[in-house]
Write a protein that binds this ligand. Structure first.
Ligand code: USQ
Length: 400
């Protein structure tokens, strides 16, 4: 299959490219290098050393004899995306090229504006370009479990049957996101449903949980690392906890730590996306699946990280609850359904504790780089406090 990955330079984009090439697909990609640039602006960096896209492509050619056609550009630039799709004419497009950090979107007005416009306009450009050039192409778009929020009822996979005043219908489940970033994904979902209704585009909208991990098997074999962010703006819970354990910083559940989220490993995220591509929806179908393995509370993750690091690295990890920088429920019901991917053949690849061992080992390998990130780990981006940035200048974000 000819697959175009938008956001190929990212945490998920790069390992997905490796996996798809190793399964015999023809892979091309585009990226604006937005994440590399914005991570530097908060004085941070990927904990794992990553090559430039040109170097990565050269290595793949050298190791596997395979070529990746790569273009630098932004999906929110309509002429870029039209030219790209015209040139590649893909069978499937994976859209990962969005601003993906909730804390970044909460830094101030310019970052909120940037997140909402970049993400929504990018997706809108894409569906227009698909309908004009490749109307039969399959779009696999990364949404997020955070679109649903934490309602006090079970969460279905996208749609649910509801009865009101004696009449029934199958409707999109109501969304209540917790950051401008998560809301941008809700707006994307609405626009995708409408594009499907208008033009019969075939679309998979993936509601993905929090992904953790440093490797998939192709990364382990090639040592072509994907980025791994652990700072308070770009890093996510379990990846941050493992880093804190290795550099002897306290592990930081926010608030009571009883918040529950769906989590999955990088390996399983890539497995799920591959299944979604290789088992596409029917022409004209819009489908949604919830993509995570298990839900855990933040406290459960902190405890298992501490236990594992104590056992294998001889650490004496401390867990320190810190003021919650976010506006979120710290105690809540959480029971999202996630059976559709299993019915397509997905099985979890490994146990959480084994993944944590690998993450700790990889961080230990780059301990010097982890030490250099010590000062950017503690939370400084508070949802309700203003960063003081109000003018619409995304280049003025030196907040820390
Ligand atoms: N948390 C802590 N301590 C930390 C970091 C996070 O307790 O040091 C808590 C947060 O308060 C939150 C939970 O862990 O309740 C998850 O936060 P996170 O930073 O790991 O993830 P989040 O901001 O929700 O976003 C990440 C990705 C995003 C993706 C989303 C999936 O950055 O791109 O869409 O996970 S989900 O959370 O299911 O919406």
């Amino acid at each position: 299959m000819k697959i175009l990955i938008l956001g190929i330079d990212g945490y998920i984009g790069w390992p997905l490219a490796l996996r798809l090439i190793s399964r015999g697909h023809t892979v091309s990609g585009a990226d604006s290098l937005f994440t590399r640039k914005r991570v530097k602006e908060v004085n941070s960096d990927s904990l794992t050393p990553i090559l430039t896209m040109e170097e990565r492509i050269g290595k793949i050619k050298e190791l596997w004899g395979k070529n990746i056609e790569y273009y630098e550009g932004d999906v929110s630039d309509a002429s870029f995306i039209y030219d790209l799709i015209e040139r590649i004419k893909p069978d499937a497009i994976v859209h990962l090229a969005e601003q993906r950090s909730a804390p970044y979107s909460m830094l101030g007005l310019s970052q909120a504006t940037e997140t909402l416009t970049k993400n929504m306009i990018g997706t809108l450009n894409l569906v227009y370009a698909m309908k004009d050039i490749v109307p039969d192409c399959h779009l696999l778009k990364l949404g997020t479990m955070g679109e649903y929020g934490t309602p006090n009822i079970d969460i279905p996979e996208g749609f649910f049957e509801i009865e009101y005043n004696g009449r029934k219908d199958n409707l999109p489940f109501p969304k209540f996101a917790g950051s401008w970033y998560h809301w941008s994904k809700v707006h994307d979902t609405n626009n995708l449903m409408f594009a499907n209704k208008l033009w019969n585009l075939r679309i998979t909208d993936v509601m993905q949980g929090v992904v953790y991990g440093t490797r998939i098997k192709e990364i382990h074999e090639t040592k072509l690392y994907t980025r791994f962010d652990v700072d308070e703006v770009w890093g996510t819970a379990l990846n941050r906890f493992c880093t804190q354990a290795v550099i002897d910083e306290p592990i930081t559940p926010y608030g009571k730590g009883m918040q529950r989220r769906g989590f999955l490993s990088l390996e399983d995220s890539i497995n799920c996306l591959t299944i979604g591509l290789e088992k596409p929806p029917s022409p004209g179908e819009y489908r949604v699946y919830n993509q995570f393995d298990e839900h855990y509370s933040v406290n459960e993750l902190a405890e298992i990280t501490a236990r594992t690091a104590n056992a294998i690295l001889g650490k004496n990890c401390k867990i320190e609850h810190v003021e919650n920088p976010r506006v979120e429920k710290e105690e809540h019901y959480y029971n999202p359904e996630h059976s559709k991917l299993k019915s397509l053949g997905y099985k979890r690849s490994r146990e959480l504790k084994d993944d944590i061992v690998n993450i700790l080992e990889d961080i230990q390998t780059f301990k010097d780089r982890a030490e250099n990130l010590r000062n950017v780990i503690k939370p400084k981006t508070f949802w309700r406090k203003s960063s003081g940035i109000t003018k619409n200048n995304p280049d003025s974000i030196q907040v820390h």
